[in-house]
Write a protein that binds this ligand. Structure first.
Ligand code: SAH
Length: 405
C-alpha cells in the first residue's frame, strides 16, 4: 500500500478523534468524516508501519446512523468532528471512549460505566466562543475557526453551536477593523494587532461580554467600537486583554476595562455567579445544571460533611455543594477565578466556604502534611490533562468516604 492508492472500505470502528476506521486486508486506515456503517471510497494519504490515514472520496453506502449535520462547514472546520453522526450514537461513542480508557489505561476488566446524560437539542448551547482573527489570501480580515490540526481560519461568523449574538458582534468588529485599518495578528510574523475575541453570554441573565485580545497596549478607535457593541441588547462588559507573547495560549494576563463592568453575571439553578474574562466557566449551561446536580447527588451529603472541591474555578461546584455540606474548601490556580469565587460566595450569602489560591497538587499535600486536614468528600474537576500524581496520592491518603470525579 502506498500514498494515493484508492480503496473501497467498510467502516467498522471509530478512532479517538472520531475518525472512521476501516481495514484493507487487515490493515487499519483512519478516515476523517467516515462513520461506522459507511462503505466509502478512499485515497491513501499517509502510510505508517501498522496503520495509515486516508481521505474520504465518496460515500458509496451511507451508515444508517448518519444524520443531517447542523452546520454546512462541519467537515472543513476543526471545531466539530462527528456532526454527521446521530446524537444518540455520539453519546455512545463518548461512553465507549471513557470505558476504553478505564480498561486500557486503568486496567479494569469490566468497569461499570453508566450511560452518558445527553441534552435535548445539541446545537446553539455554547455560552462562550473564542474567535481568532486573520487574513484570507486577498488580505481581507476574517474570523471563524481553525481547520483541524492547522491554524488556517475557515471563515464563519455563525457557528451552529454558539449564540446568535456572535454573528452580530463579529460583524461589528470586522467592519470596525476595515474602517480603522486594524490588522489581524499573524502568528508567523508576530505582526498585526487583533488576535482573538472572547464572547460570553449568561443564558439565565442575557448579559453579554466581549473581550478583545490584542498584541499591543491599546487599540485605536476602541471607544467607537464600544459604542457600537453597546447597542446590542444585553451588552454588559467590553474589555481588552493584552497578549504580546508569541504563543497559542489565547489570553494574556493583563485586562483593561473599556466599557461597562469587567464581568458578567449568570445563574445556575439557585446560585448566582460573577464571571471574569479569564475565569473558567462551563460552556453548556443546560448540561452544567445537570452535571452539578449529579455531582451533588453522588457526593451524598447530609449537611455535616467536610468537602474539598479541587480545581474549583469560580467556585461553581463549591457553592452548589455548600448548600448541603458542613464546610467546603475550594482550590484554584487562577487568581481572578479565586477572587470571583469569593465574590460569588458573598453574592449568594454562602458562608461555609473557603477558597485557596494555588495548585491543587501543592495546596492539598501541604495542608494535609502541615495541618492534617480531612475530607469526607473530595470533588475534582481538573483541566483536560487530569490530576497531578501528587494530588491523587494525597487524595487517597486522606481516605475520604467518596470521591466525585
Ligand atoms: N469546577 C469548575 C472549574 C473546572 S475547570 C467549574 O465547573 O466551573 C478546571 C479549573 O482548574 C480551571 O479553573 C483552571 O484554572 C484550574 N486549574 C488548572 N490547573 C490547576 C492546578 N494545577 N491546580 C488548581 N487548579 C487548576
Amino acid at each position: 500500500m502506498k500514498k494515493n492508492d484508492l480503496f473501497t472500505v467498510k467502516i467498522e470502528g471509530m478512532g479517538n478523534e472520531g475518525e472512521g476506521i476501516g481495514k484493507v486486508d487487515g490493515f487499519p486506515l483512519f478516515i476523517k468524516d467516515a462513520l461506522p456503517g459507511d462503505t466509502v471510497s478512499v485515497k491513501a494519504v499517509k502510510i505508517k508501519k501498522t496503520y495509515g490515514y486516508a481521505r474520504l472520496m465518496e460515500i458509496q453506502e451511507a451508515s444508517p446512523d448518519r444524520t443531517e449535520p447542523g452546520c454546512l462547514l462541519n467537515r472543513a472546520c476543526g471545531g466539530c468532528q462527528i456532526q454527521a453522526l446521530s446524537y444518540e450514537k455520539q453519546l455512545e461513542f463518548k461512553w465507549e471512549k471513557v470505558r476504553n480508557q478505564l480498561v486500557r489505561i486503568g486496567g479494569f476488566t469490566d468497569p461499570l460505566v453508566l450511560p452518558v446524560i445527553g441534552m435535548e437539542e445539541p446545537y446553539h448551547y455554547r455560552n462562550k466562543a473564542q474567535f481568532p482573527f486573520g487574513r484570507d489570501r486577498d488580505g481581507k480580515n476574517v474570523t471563524g475557526f481553525y481547520a483541524s490540526r492547522t491554524h488556517r481560519i475557515i471563515p464563519n461568523t455563525d457557528c451552529a453551536l454558539g449564540v446568535p449574538e456572535n454573528q452580530q458582534i463579529l460583524k461589528i468588529i470586522l467592519e470596525f477593523m476595515d474602517k480603522e485599518g486594524i490588522a489581524a495578528y499573524e502568528e508567523t510574523s508576530g505582526e498585526g494587532l487583533l488576535r482573538h475575541v472572547l464572547i460570553r453570554k449568561g443564558f439565565a441573565t442575557g448579559e453579554l461580554m466581549v473581550c478583545l485580545v490584542i498584541n499591543g497596549e491599546e487599540m485605536p478607535g476602541i471607544e467607537a467600537l464600544a459604542d457600537s457593541l453597546f447597542e446590542i441588547p444585553g451588552m454588559t462588559s467590553v474589555t481588552l486583554n493584552i497578549n504580546q507573547k508569541n504563543t497559542n495560549v489565547i489570553m494574556g494576563e493583563q485586562l483593561i476595562p473599556v466599557r461597562g463592568k469587567t464581568f458578567i453575571t449568570d445563574r445556575i439553578g439557585p446560585i448566582q455567579y460573577q464571571i471574569s474574562p479569564r475565569s473558567f466557566y462551563q460552556v453548556n449551561p443546560v448540561q452544567t445544571k445537570r452535571l452539578y446536580e449529579t455531582a451533588l447527588e453522588y457526593a451524598g451529603l447530609t449537611g455535616t460533611e467536610n468537602v474539598w472541591d479541587l480545581y474549583c474555578g469560580i467556585g461553581t461546584i463549591s457553592l452548589f455543594l455548600a448548600q448541603r455540606a458542613g464546610k467546603v474548601y475550594g482550590v484554584e490556580v487562577v487568581p481572578e477565578a479565586v477572587a470571583d469565587a469569593e465574590k460569588n460566595a458573598e453574592l449568594n450569602g454562602i458562608r461555609n466556604v473557603e477558597f485557596y489560591l494555588g495548585k491543587a497538587e501543592e495546596v492539598l499535600p501541604d495542608k494535609y502534611k502541615k495541618e492534617g486536614i480531612r475530607a469526607d468528600v473530595i470533588v475534582v474537576d481538573p483541566p483536560r490533562k487530569g490530576c497531578d500524581a501528587a494530588c491523587l496520592d494525597t487524595m487517597i491518603r486522606m481516605k475520604p468516604k467518596r470521591i466525585v470525579y
